[in-house]
Design a binder for this molecule. Structure first.
Ligand SMILES: Cc1cc2nc3c(=O)[nH]c(=O)nc-3n(C[C@H](O)[C@H](O)[C@H](O)COP(=O)(O)O)c2cc1C
Length: 195
């Protein structure tokens, strides 16, 4: 099965992104179209971009960059679990994206966003502008969670409603469809050549 990486973007202590990401991991696993891997940026702990060369050149000088490159290159599709900070997505996710170039190319990506009244949709729309510069392909179907606190239970888990569950299924269906369609482009691109 193709590999789906769920990237948890928030790195804050006490972040809601972690339970949202774990909830989506369950949905994706039950969906049975992908091998699912959670990538938590709080654990990856990339420093602010510290490579001297443009990532297109892949002259990575640091082990953390080589590790991040290998990890991202192992994925066939992505779901970004994104908070909304000041009407945009957060800095750790931008930093993690900027580290690499070909590794992202022709990868389908879907967004699980959350926040207040706008459900993180402003962050998701802003992400589309950035990821298309890398030739990633966004899927339209999304999980957008408004007033995310209302879905947290006493153990800090997420109790989803029917809308979220149906949105996750539709998004995963579309991600699987687009992943297959993009496969020839990924196979012909430089992203898979060894470093
Ligand atoms: C710096 C900062 C800016 C925020 N800006 C927004 C915002 O523009 N829109 C919104 O809906 N929520 C905003 N919030 C509230 C977040 O939606 C809420 O704190 C959420 O829990 C953040 O995700 P996280 O806990 O996974 O980091 C902001 C929170 C922080 C910390």
């Amino acid at each position: 099965m193709p590999r789906l990486q769920i990237i948890i973007a928030s790195t804050r202590p006490g972040r809601i992104g972690l339970p949202v990401g774990r909830w989506f991991e369950e949905r994706a696993t039950e969906h049975c179209r992908f091998d699912v891997e959670v990538v938590d940026l709080a654990e990856v702990r990339l420093p602010f971009l510290d490579e001297p060369a443009h990532p297109r050149l892949r002259q990575y000088q640091h082990q953390h960059t080589r590790d991040w490159s290998a990890r991202v290159a192992g994925a066939d599709a992505f779901a970004f679990v994104t908070p909304e900070y000041n009407h945009g997505f957060n800095a750790p996710l931008k930093n993690a994206i900027d580290y690499l170039h070909f590794e992202w190319q022709y990868e389908p990506v879907a967004f699980v966003s959350y926040g207040g009244v706008a459900a993180g949709t402003r962050a998701a729309e802003m992400l589309k502008q950035v990821i298309t510069a890398l030739k990633m392909v966004p899927v339209v179907e999304a999980v957008s969670i408004p007033f995310v606190n209302q879905f947290l239970d006493e153990e800090g888990g997420v109790q989803a409603n029917e809308v979220m569950i149906r949105a996750a299924a539709a998004m995963l269906d579309e991600l699987a469809r687009v992943e297959v369609a993009l496969r020839p482009l990924r196979e012909g691109s430089e992203r898979l050549s060894p470093l």
